[in-house]
Design a protein around this ligand. Structure first.
Ligand code: AMP
Length: 640
C-alpha cells in the first residue's frame, strides 16, 4: 500500500491508533514520501530503550530531498523567497538557483576542510545564506548547529564549547525594527571565551556594520563563492541515523542541551506532517514568521516546505514594519497557502487597526497555524473571525521537531476547539500521568503530558554528547516508568481534546521563546553586586510571560536610593543583554534583602510567581522566613 492510501476513509483516532499498534507498518508507508538512495533494512530498532533508531540501514540525504529531487520537475519554480523589510532586499531563488547556491556553499565548506560528521555553527540573521549553509551542511553530512541571532556572546560561547565546531558561518549584522544589530563583535567575544575555538569563520558581509577580521581565521563569503561558481559537490548518502543537526534548548539547569536529530526519521516525519497536518502541496507557498534559530525555523521554514516541493518565505522583519499589513501583503503577493506564526505576533497585531487584515487578497490562504506558546481563546477567536480562515493551534517542542498535539486536516476535518491545541498526532503514544504515582489520570484531571517510547521519527535522538543526560532529563521523572516527560501539565476532555496548562519545571516562555530561569539567574549572579537572586516567569498580556527578577545585593545600601536602584537595575539588565541577549532580559529587577526559601534552602519560585501574578502563594508551611513574602509584595507595590 502506498503512503497515500493510509488516509482513505480514516478518522484521526483510527489513524492514530494504527500508528501505535503497527508502528513499523505505519512508518514504512510514510517512508515512501521521501527519496531513499538505499532502502532501509529495518523500520525500527528499539533494542536499547529509550534510544530509538528509525529506518536502520537506509541511506538518504536531507538536502537531496529538499532540493535536488525537485530539480527534474520544478527547477524553475520558486523555492526560497527572501524578503527583508529591514534592508528592502527581496529575491526569489528557484529550485535550480537554490541548488547552485547550496552547492557553492558546500564547496566552500569542503575547501575549509569540513568533513562528514564535523560540526558547523551558524550564527546568522534571516538571510538566504543561512539557509544555504544549513542545506550545504546537510548535503555533505556535516552537522549544523544554528544559534539564534538574538543570543549574545555568553550563550554563543557555551554552544561553541559544546558543539566544538570546525567552522562558524556568520554575518556582519542583522537588523531588527530598523536597528542594525552587529553580530561580529559578539561572535569574536564568544570565540575569545570558548575553549574549543573554531579554525575558520566565513563572514557574509551585508555592508550593514563594519567589522574587524582575524587574519587566517576569518574568510569573506563573497570572495570564496566566486571561486566555486561552477562547483560540483555530490550529495553524501548518509545512514538514516547519522546526525543532521543539533539545536540548543533551555532547561532547568544553566547549561543548554543540544537536541540531536537524525536524517531519515526527520525527513520522513516532516514529509508526513506537510501532508497530514499542514496540507501543503508542491508548487504552493509556505510562510512561517519564525526564525531559523528556533526549531520551527528548522522544520517549517527550511526542511519541511522544501521537502514538500513548496516555496518557502524567509522573512527578515517584524509584523509591524513598514505597517501592520506587511504579513498579509506578503500572503497576497506570493499566494501563500499555509502560514505559520506565534500567538505573540497575533497579539501584537490585535493592538493595531483591524482593517489591516482586510486590505489584501487572502484568498490563497487555507489556514493559519500557531504554535510555540499557549494560544489564548480571545486571540484565537479574534484572528479566526478577522481572517475568516481556520486557525490551527499546534503544540510541540524543540525536542520533538514536529507537532505532538493538533488537528490533522489531511486525515480528517476534525473541528478545532478554542483553547485546545487538539489531539495526539499519529506516532505519539501520549498519556497524562500523575506526577507522583505515575498512574494515568482520568478525563478532566490534570497530569504531566508524557510520551510512551519509542518516540516517533523526527524526535530527538539524544542530548548531543550526553546520552546519560538524555535519559536522566527526559525519561526519569515519572516514578517507576520509562516515559518521556514534556514537562508540561495537561488535561483532556471527554472528546479527547487536550489542553496545555503550563510547565512543570522552571522553564518560561517569553513571546514563544523558551528560556531557562536558571540561565538568567546565573547571568545576574555574575554581576559583582549580586549576592543571590531568583527569576520567575510572570503572566503578560502580550508576550505570554515575562521574566521577573528578585535580587539580593551583597550591600543592600547600594539600592537604598531611588536613583541608585534604577541605575543598578539598568546595569543588571545590560549584563543579561551582553551575556545571553536581549531576549532573556528581565522585564524588571526588584531588590529585596532576602528570598522566600524553604528551611532546607530551596527558593520557593512558585510562591514568588504566584505573588507576582496576585495569586495565592500556596502551601507555605516550609517557609523559613515569611517576612520574605512581605518584602516581595512591597517591592512589587502589590496589595495582595
Ligand atoms: P520550544 O521547545 O522552545 O518550542 O518550547 C516548547 C514549549 O513551549 C512546550 O513544552 C510548551 O510549554 C510550550 N508550547 C509550545 N507550543 C504550545 C502550544 N501550542 N500551546 C501551549 N504551549 C505550547
Amino acid at each position: 500500500m502506498g503512503a497515500g492510501d493510509a488516509t482513505k476513509a480514516t478518522s484521526l483516532k483510527e489513524f492514530h491508533a494504527r500508528s501505535i499498534a503497527d508502528r513499523e507498518g505505519f512508518w514504512a508507508e510514510q517512508a515512501a514520501l521521501i527519496d531513499w538512495h538505499e532502502p532501509f533494512r529495518r523500520v525500527l530498532d528499539y533494542t536499547n530503550p529509550p534510544f530509538t533508531r528509525w529506518f536502520v540501514g537506509g541511506r538518504t540525504n536531507l538536502c537531496h530531498n529538499a532540493v535536488d529531487r525537485h530539480l527534474a520537475s520544478r527547477r524553475d519554480s520558486p523555492a526560497l523567497i527572501f524578503v527583508s523589510t529591514e534592508t528592502g532586499a527581496e529575491r526569489t531563488y528557484t529550485f535550480g538557483e537554490l541548488h547552485r547556491e547550496v552547492v557553492r556553499m558546500a564547496a566552500i565548506m569542503r575547501e575549509l576542510g569540513v568533513r562528514r560528521g564535523d560540526r558547523v555553527l551558524i550564527y546568522m540573521p534571516m538571510i538566504p545564506e543561512a539557509t544555504f549553509a544549513m542545506l550545504a551542511c546537510a548535503r555533505i553530512g556535516a552537522i549544523h548547529s544554528v544559534v539564534f541571532g538574538g543570543f549574545a556572546s555568553h550563550s554563543l560561547a557555551s554552544r561553541i564549547d559544546d558543539a566544538s565546531p570546525v567552522l562558524v558561518v556568520s554575518a556582519d549584522a542583522g537588523s531588527r525594527a530598523g536597528k542594525v544589530v552587529p553580530y561580529k563583535p559578539l561572535l569574536d567575544a564568544a570565540i575569545g571565551m570558548a575553549r574549543n575555538k573554531p579554525a575558520n569563520v566565513v563572514m557574509v558581509d551585508r555592508g550593514l556594520a563594519p567589522f574587524e577580521r582575524v587574519a587566517g581565521r576569518d574568510h569573506d563569503y563573497a570572495a570564496l563563492r566566486e571561486r566555486h561558481l561552477d562547483a560540483e559537490v555530490p550529495v553524501e548518502w548518509l545512514e538514516s541515523n547519522e546526525v543532521s543537526y543539533t539545536l540548543y534548548t533551555s532547561g532547568t539547569t544553566g547549561v543548554p542541551k543540544g537536541v540531536q536529530r537524525d536524517v531519515g526519521g526527520y525527513a520522513v516525519a516532516l514529509a508526513a506532517s506537510m501532508k497530514y497536518i499542514f496540507c501543503g502541496n508542491a508548487g504552493e507557498t509556505y510562510f512561517s514568521t519564525s526564525d531559523i534559530g528556533w526549531v520551527v525555523g528548522h522544520s517549517y521554514i527550511v526542511y519541511g516546505p522544501l521537502i514538500a516541493g513548496m516555496a518557502t518565505i524567509m522573512y527578515e522583519g517584524t509584523p509591524l514594519r513598514p505597517d501592520a499589513g506587511i504579513l498579509w501583503k506578503l500572503v497576497e503577493k506570493y499566494r501563500v497557502t499555509v502560514m505559520f506564526s506565534a500567538p505573540t505576533a497575533i497579539r501584537v497585531l490585535k493592538k493595531q487597526d483591524p482593517s489591516w487584515l482586510t486590505r489584501y487578497d487572502l484568498s490563497s490562504l487555507r489556514a493559519l497555524f500557531l504554535a510555540g506558546e499557549p494560544l489564548d481563546e480571545p486571540t484565537a477567536r479574534w484572528i479566526g473571525e478577522a481572517l475568516g480562515k481556520p486557525i490551527v493551534d499546534n503544540y510541540w517542542q524543540t525536542e520533538t521537531g514536529w507537532p505532538i498535539l493538533t488537528v490533522a486536516h489531511g486525515i480528517e476535518k476534525t473541528p478545532t476547539r478554542l483553547g485546545s491545541p487538539g489531539m495526539p498526532m499519529y506516532g505519539y503514544d501520549l498519556r497524562l500521568l500523575h506526577e507522583q504515582t505515575g498512574e494515568e489520570v482520568g478525563v478532566d484531571q490534570k497530569g504531566v503530558v508524557a510520551i510512551v517510547p519509542p518516540l516517533p521519527p523526527g524526535c530527538m535522538q539524544t542530548v548531543w554528547g550526553d546520552d546519560d543526560r538524555f535519559v536522566r532529563t527526559y525519561f526519569s521523572t515519572i516514578p517507576g516508568r520509562l516515559v518521556y516527560s514534556t514537562f508540561d501539565w495537561g488535561i483532556r476532555d471527554a472528546d479527547g481534546y487536550y489542553f496545555i496548562l503550563g510547565r512543570t519545571d522552571d522553564v518560561i516562555n517569553v513571546a514563544g521563546h523558551r528560556l531557562g530561569t536558571r540561565e538568567i539567574e546565573e547571568s545576574l549572579s555574575s554581576h559583582p553586586a549580586v549576592a543571590e537572586c531568583a527569576v520567575v516567569g510572570v503572566a503578560d498580556s502580550l508576550k505570554g510571560q515575562v521574566a521577573m527578577a528578585f535580587v539580593v545585593l551583597k550591600d543592600p545600601a547600594q539600592a537604598a536610593a531611588q536613583d541608585a536602584r534604577l541605575a543598578l537595575e539598568g546595569d543588571l539588565m545590560a549584563t543579561v543583554d551582553r551575556q545571553l541577549g536581549a531576549v532573556a532580559r528581565p522585564a524588571r529587577v526588584h531588590f529585596v534583602t532576602l528570598l522566600p526559601k524553604t528551611r532546607s534552602g530551596k527558593v520557593l519560585r512558585r510562591s514568588i510567581q504566584a505573588i507576582c501574578e496576585a495569586r495565592d502563594p500556596g502551601d507555605l508551611t516550609t517557609i523559613e522566613d515569611p517576612g520574605a513574602l512581605d518584602q516581595l509584595r512591597q517591592a512589587l507595590g502589590s496589595r495582595t
